[in-house]
Unconditional design. Structure first.
Length: 402
């Protein structure tokens, strides 16, 4: 099977590390997997140079893209015009602009798919990346499928049209499936729920015994509203008033970084918060498995724009490593962390976070229970090979149907 993966930016950037185990699993199964990304950012993954060898590496727009788009338009003018007309259903002006920007590259992609004899196209993210993949695959007469996550569902970017032409739609959690189906007005096919998976290390990270001073915690996430950093900072300050010292390492970057740094300073906890910057997926995995941290946390909230979590890979990786997790019930998190898989506190509740940190610092048995319970949840439903084998079955079924 020769398959093209369309991504938002992988092998560039940091936001799509969850796709790496998926591609690796396909390679191990003997599939020939290539990548075409919507846009370029900076190279960050340790495996980026390896991935680039099998990437059709073009920017969103270039002279080559424009020339290829014109050739494809001249080759099938009526079909191209028909697909371009579909963009009027983009829903919002922002969606329309993103789709228009992706359209010339989609025409280029059609030629790439056709000239390289791809059997199937699979795309992550239901927004502009699926516009790119769907138009390219339709013009090349090759079947495509799509994986939708969470914020991309809320964008409502031509979801009925895209899902109607796709051989199947995969979503990564049950609440996401409900939201996607609602966006279709409960018509057509319901999306297939298939979790993102992670590799489970053979051994668990060692846990420190007894009462902990300081409690060492880790958070790996973009500095954006839905990650809830500010509530964690306030919780750390509250725990300090109860004589519990907490040290936090933050991995990531994002538009709110300076505001968060200012908040740390105003709360008087600068000596306890370390901004570690962006780390590769491999480096973050190494940190999680090292035994250097007592707790992993992600205090996610629903953003003012409605953005919420799917099932965060950071939490999956931490639980697989056996690190106790502190989080909220945002989005699809309970699907991962429910049933004693994590310590759950309400969203936007700094006081509850502070209380949880005090308990986690003082209660070794609680930490051990969360460690074993979290790893068991991942082993049961989020092991990468089991989930990606099912994805391959769906793709093969779609291929037979075509």
């Amino acid at each position: 099977m020769k398959i093209l993966y369309v991504t938002r930016e992988l092998p560039y950037g940091m936001a799509e590390a969850h796709i790496l185990p998926e591609i690796a699993s396909h390679h191990a199964a003997g599939w020939d997997v290539w990548i075409a990304q919507l846009r370029r950012t900076r190279l960050a993954h340790d495996r980026a140079s390896e991935l680039l060898k099998k990437t059709f590496d073009e920017p969103l727009c270039s002279a080559h893209i424009v020339f290829s788009a014109l050739r494809e338009a001249l080759r099938r003018p009526a079909k191209v015009a028909s697909l371009l007309a579909e963009l009027r259903h983009s829903g919002t002006f922002k969606n329309l602009m993103q789709n228009m920007a992706a359209f010339p590259k989609a025409l280029w992609l059609a030629r790439v798919i056709r000239d390289n004899d791809f059997n199937h196209v699979h795309v992550h993210w239901a927004g502009a990346p699926t516009t790119l993949a769907a138009v390219g695959a339709i013009l090349a007469d090759v079947p495509y499928s799509m994986t939708s996550h969470r914020y991309d569902i809320a964008q409502k970017n031509m979801l009925p049209w895209k899902s109607g032409h796709a051989r199947f739609v995969r979503v990564i959690d049950r609440s996401g499936a409900d939201e996607f189906f609602a966006a279709l007005d409960h018509k057509g096919r319901r999306p297939t729920v298939l979790h993102v998976g992670v590799e489970i290390p053979k051994s668990m990270a060692p846990l420190r015994p007894g009462q902990l001073d300081p409690l060492r915690i880790i958070l790996g996430a973009r500095f954006v509203e839905k990650k809830g950093h500010i509530y964690l900072f306030e919780g750390i300050a509250a725990a300090g008033k109860s004589k519990v010292n907490v040290e936090l390492d933050l991995f990531g970057d994002g538009p709110l970084e300076q505001r968060l740094r200012d908040s740390v300073r105003l709360l008087g906890i600068s000596d306890r918060i370390r901004f570690r910057g962006v780390a590769s997926h491999e480096a973050l995995l190494s940190a999680l498995r090292s035994g250097a941290y007592d707790v992993a946390t992600l205090p996610s909230v629903t953003g003012v724009d409605g953005d919420k979590e799917g099932i965060p890979v950071f939490l999956m990786e931490a639980m697989a490593a056996g690190i106790p997790v502190l989080t909220t019930p945002n989005g699809g998190i309970l699907e991962l962390a429910g049933d004693d898989g994590a310590y759950i506190v309400p969203e936007r509740d700094s006081a509850s976070i502070g209380e949880a940190l005090v308990k986690l610092a003082n209660d070794e048995h609680l930490r051990v229970r969360l460690s074993t319970g979290g790893r068991a949840r991942v082993e049961a439903d989020f092991e990468v090979e089991r989930n990606i084998s099912r994805l391959r079955e769906l793709i093969l079924t779609a291929q037979c149907a075509s």
